[in-house]
Design a protein. Structure first.
Length: 256
């Protein structure tokens, strides 16, 4: 079975598994593909069926993931997944596996996951609009959607490729959408205005809004290294937003 997941094509064994619900769901196509192989190994017994955030660790080469139902050893080219038959196989459990493998490969490829929407402000030049829940990420994207291409509206997967950075939608639905040039950190205001930030301040703000697994120190260092690489090449600003005067020409004018 071949699963295309954003920039990754995964080859799975043809036999059915409790994860088949999710694996079948995410068959799609992507122009930017890298072959990855996933080997599934079933073990006797029963395991809890509830999806869980995996414990994660990084040894400098591979990411190890562990939940009550499955474990995985993920390298840049493949993954080996050992799973114990869940006592109630379900779609959400498979979704957790797909999401976790995608996240691991994103990190190993130099990318990261961010609380952000992303909008193509100029042709082939997108911007991330980042902030915590409720600050207006999705509202901003929705208000601009009639006149621009929305790349993602809530969570952004950001990956490097060919000396540029590309964004896709959240991990479970990851499909590369377009390049991004910078990140704006949202604040509510009475008018729409931008204040440029240097790369150091941009990096600090990224670390607040990045989505991290619980993991060991080497894994956290990997995430911070990826964020730092993005910070060195991107533009940043603090963006106060008022929907009363939020327009595409306004953003094109004030973003650095």
């Amino acid at each position: 079975m071949l699963l295309a997941f954003g920039p990754y094509y995964w080859e799975f064994p043809a036999n059915e598994s409790p994860f088949g619900y999710a694996l079948d769901r995410f068959k799609t196509q992507s122009a930017r593909s890298r072959q990855r192989s996933v080997s599934l190994f079933e073990h006797a017994g029963t395991a809890p069926h509830e999806p869980a955030v995996p414990e994660a660790s990084f040894d400098g080469e591979a990411i190890a993931l562990k939940t009550p139902s499955w474990t995985a050893h993920v390298t840049r080219t493949d993954a080996q997944v050992h799973w114990t038959t869940p006592n109630s196989p379900n779609y959400q459990l498979g979704l957790g596996l797909v999401t976790s493998l995608g996240m691991a490969w994103t990190l190993l490829d130099g990318g990261f996951l961010l609380h952000a929407s992303a909008v193509e402000i100029f042709p082939e030049k997108g911007w991330l609009f980042s902030g915590q829940s409720g600050v207006g990420k999705s509202t901003l994207a929705d208000s601009l959607s009639p006149v621009v291409r929305v790349l993602t509206d809530d969570q952004a997967v950001v990956v490097p490729e060919d000396n540029r950075w590309f964004v896709g939608s959240s991990m479970a639905r990851f499909d590369v959408q377009g390049p991004v040039e910078g990140a704006a950190f949202l604040e509510r205001g009475t008018s729409t205005r931008a204040t440029p930030l240097n790369s150091k301040m941009g990096f600090q703000r990224l670390t607040r809004n990045a989505i991290l697994w619980p993991g060991d120190a080497p894994l956290r260092s990997l995430v911070l290294s990826n964020l730092h690489a993005f910070a060195k090449s991107a533009s940043f600003c603090s963006l106060e937003v008022s929907l009363d005067d939020l327009t595409l020409p306004k953003l094109q004018e004030i973003l650095p």
